[in-house]
Design a protein around this ligand. Structure first.
Ligand code: KIV
Length: 281
């Protein structure tokens, strides 16, 4: 796939809000999301026109060197959200900042509210939680109390031990139906974004079409989702060890961090990434 980076659109566009996210969904404009964990990469992502920065708990693997995301603490997440927010303040400050809720900090609605408050006070605009229908009461509890929520279903890395590995989800008819029900329930209790990770492209397309007020963001989930997310280190080609099949090294074809991020944004907007046969199931 060859991609020509273009001039960054970020400076001309107002800061992303939930309202603009919903407008993009309604207009069919694809949403670009990248992870970032520090001030410098966040500032470049802003310059490149990335719509949403996810301060993901993937930092446990790509920054801290763990084998999973489970060791990441709420205090780690607070620290990295603060770093990202400071980086954006020095740039255009356009992307929406999505803070990931780490393992073990949202077992009940009350615990989730306390944890999410820490990330919101650190500067996040929205929080992300992994899980399906069981989380619906928590989503409602948070949204009612002023905290926007992004769900995350399919492969949920915090559940790697119960899932038995990092595998594609939703392959059987009953698993696919469950993911569809999870999606509808999360939307109906107030989630306005939903990460679909390692889900067959046809299923994520169906889920995307079924949701009207919740933007699906795919990772290894085909091209038909409302937006796409990649882990920064995967798309820059610096991930050590196994790189997921769905990732694409944008750095290899552009040669600079800004160019790689611009190419990602442009490819997502133009529906040239992901290429279903290469990056999906
Ligand atoms: O933590 C993370 O980076 C994520 C993405 C893989 C969606 O949750």
């Amino acid at each position: 796939m060859s991609v020509q980076p273009s001039a960054p659109p970020a400076g001309k566009r107002p800061a992303m809000t939930l309202h603009s996210l919903m407008k993009m969904l309604a207009d069919g404009e694809k949403i670009s999301m990248l992870t970032a964990y520090d001030a410098s990469f966040a500032a470049v992502a802003d310059l490149a026109g990335v719509d949403i920065i996810l301060v993901g708990d993937s930092l446990g693997m790509v920054c801290q060197g763990h084998n999973s995301t489970l060791p990441v603490t709420l205090d780690d997440m607070r620290y990295h959200v603060e770093c990202v927010v400071r980086g954006l303040q020095k740039q255009n400050g356009r992307p929406l900042v999505l803070g990931d809720m780490p393992f073990g900090c949202y077992a009940t609605p009350e615990q989730a509210f306390r944890s999410a408050s820490v990330l919101m006070q650190a500067g996040a605009h929205m929080v992300k939680l992994e899980g399906g229908a069981w989380l619906a009461p928590t989503v409602e509890f948070l949204v009612t109390r002023g905290i926007p929520v992004c769900g995350h279903i399919g492969l949920t890395p915090q559940s790697v031990n119960t899932l038995g590995g990092y595998r594609v989800q939703g392959r059987t008819e009953s698993a696919a139906q469950q993911l569809m029900q999870d999606s509808l329930q999360l939307q109906n209790t107030g989630a306005q974004a939903l990460v679909l990770e390692m889900v067959p492209a046809s299923l994520s397309g169906e889920i995307t079409r079924a949701l009207t007020s919740c933007a699906t963001i795919g990772i290894g989930a085909g091209v038909d989702t409302a937006g796409q997310i990649l882990v920064l280190h995967d798309m820059l080609g610096v991930t050590q060890g196994k790189v997921p099949k769905f990732a694409h090294n944008f750095m290899a074809e552009t040669g600079s961090v800004l160019g790689a991020m611009q190419a990602f944004v442009q490819s997502v907007k133009e529906k040239r990434f992901p290429v279903n046969e290469l990056h999906a199931w």
